[in-house]
Design a binder for this molecule. Structure first.
Ligand SMILES: Nc1ncnc2c1ncn2[C@@H]1O[C@H](COP(=O)(O)OP(=O)(O)O)[C@@H](O)[C@H]1O
Ligand SMILES: O=C(O)C1=C[C@@H](OP(=O)(O)O)[C@@H](O)[C@H](O)C1
Length: 169
């Protein structure tokens, strides 16, 4: 979800793993040559979603990447075929925590309305089943720091790696 810490935690985790870090929102802005808010205002959400899929498709061909996606990437079934090239982590943060973090932030167009908390609750409820398709769910506690989440991710990721080693001795 937006504001769950994908960019903040992802950047730190990439450094720990020695992976390159990319953020689909940043790449979309580079491709479009303007901010996400501007893309939504000028071309609409559908155009943003197309650019987002395009960027994800290009990224999924590479290895040793950590990709922080936009919170709505889960909406398109096609995006899941790209996401499943890697291990998908869900940072599960309550709507109330998200609201506190994003108060006064004008960069997320879907929250620019009179009741952003209600929007966050309703988006979270409608996307819950999609986020649940992730390989790893990290429920983020109240006040848990990005560094603590990274430590938990590093402990949990090996347990859910999809590859298995076959010993042919
Ligand atoms: N674990 C955390 N605790 C408190 N604030 C956080 C945490 N993770 C991220 N933030 C803050 O929340 C806001 C949104 O984080 P960000 O990493 O941009 O989220 P996302 O990429 O998922 O939209 C930023 O202001 C960031 O500093
Ligand atoms: O949840 C969403 O639909 C969106 C989340 C945003 O990314 P973050 O999750 O990085 O905030 C950004 O892609 C856009 O504003 C739409």
């Amino acid at each position: 979800m937006m504001g769950s810490g994908k960019t903040t935690v992802g950047r730190l985790l990439a450094r720990e793993l020695g992976y390159q870090f990319f953020d689909t929102d940043e790449l979309v802005e580079e491709v479009a040559g303007c901010s996400i808010a501007q893309i939504f205002a000028d071309a609409g959400e559908a155009q943003f979603r197309q650019l987002e899929s395009q960027v994800l498709e290009q990224l999924c061909a590479y290895q040793k990447l950590l990709v922080a996606t936009g919170g709505g990437i889960v909406l398109s079934p096609k995006n899941w075929s790209y996401l499943h090239h890697g291990l998908v982590v869900w940072l599960d943060v309550s709507a109330e925590q998200l609201y506190r973090r994003l108060q006064g932030d004008s960069s997320r167009p879907l929250l620019q309305n009179p009741d952003p908390l209600a929007t966050l609750r309703s988006l979270l409820a409608s996307r819950q089943g999609l986020y649940a398709q992730a390989d790893l769910r990290l429920v983020v506690g109240e006040g848990e720091t990005p560094e603590a989440i990274v430590r938990r991710a590093i402990a949990e990721i090996p347990k859910c790696l999809k590859t298995t080693t076959v010993d042919l001795n």
